[in-house]
Design a binder for this molecule. Sequence first.
Ligand code: AHR
Length: 306
Amino acid sequence: ALAGCSSSGAGASGSKTIKVGFAQEGAESGWRTANTKSLQAALDSSNGFKLNFSDAQQKQENQIAAIRSFITQGVQAIVFAPVVETGWTDVLKQAKQAKIPVILEDRDVDAADHQYIASRVGDDFEKEGETACKWIVDNFAGKSANMVVLQGTAGSSAANDRTTGCGKVMKGSDINVLDQQDGNFTRAQGKTVMEGFLQKYGSKINILFAQNDDMGLGALDAIKAAGMTPGKDIQIITIDGTHDGLTALSNGQFNYVVECNPLLGDQVAQVVKDVVAGKKVDKLYLAKDEAFDQAAAKQALPTRKY
Ligand code: AHR
């Protein structure tokens, strides 16, 4: 359930079809696949929408081009998940001039650009970072432990806010952050960056904080190849709570997973419908996120939706 949520998804009955453009930022992770499916299902013709979908392959220039093309096509609303936080002012001004409302899903843009945004439906990334690192502090404080961090896409609000949230709770603890680098939220880069950490710091590393499941899953291969046991020699904390992430947790390869809910489609559809109908909407709708230890993962897996 989403806080501030009014009612069910957009209904087609008695209303005209809404033309909507959705500029997704990429297809980099299991989370993203679930998010795209959720949006596509909710912005479907059976719900009263005509959807134009575009995948920017994690490139801001592609996403800007997609938004410009939606403006030219004269869609009634634009939904997008900004790959990074900054650099949107020009295209957002263009949408405003064309009187096309813009709704953010998932990630945020710079606060200075909030004036151009009708609403955002997403997760509280800072809180996710705080929850993940509070578990680390609770379990490792006083042990002079060494941690490495696989950060998400540089400049994305998901990576920026998770880093901020983590920093807040780590402040004053004796946990030593050996290194933090960008793994772009992908398995492949998670593996490569972890290989570099292991070459540099070897068995000094006690903790890996991966800012999403996929980077953590990629790192598993690097850790095993270095002759270490993930979950034991190096404790692993991740964010997302995908089926694959919770499976690694239930197997004891991960140690703690914080949820980031990707199933935002119904709420986005409702907001688009309301905005197009001229109704007042909240500026922000945040999903409720849980956190999992091994026992909770085992319990959740059989009915996990993504
Ligand atoms: O913006 C949300 C993040 O983006 C998810 O944690 C990650 O898996 C995705 O790529």
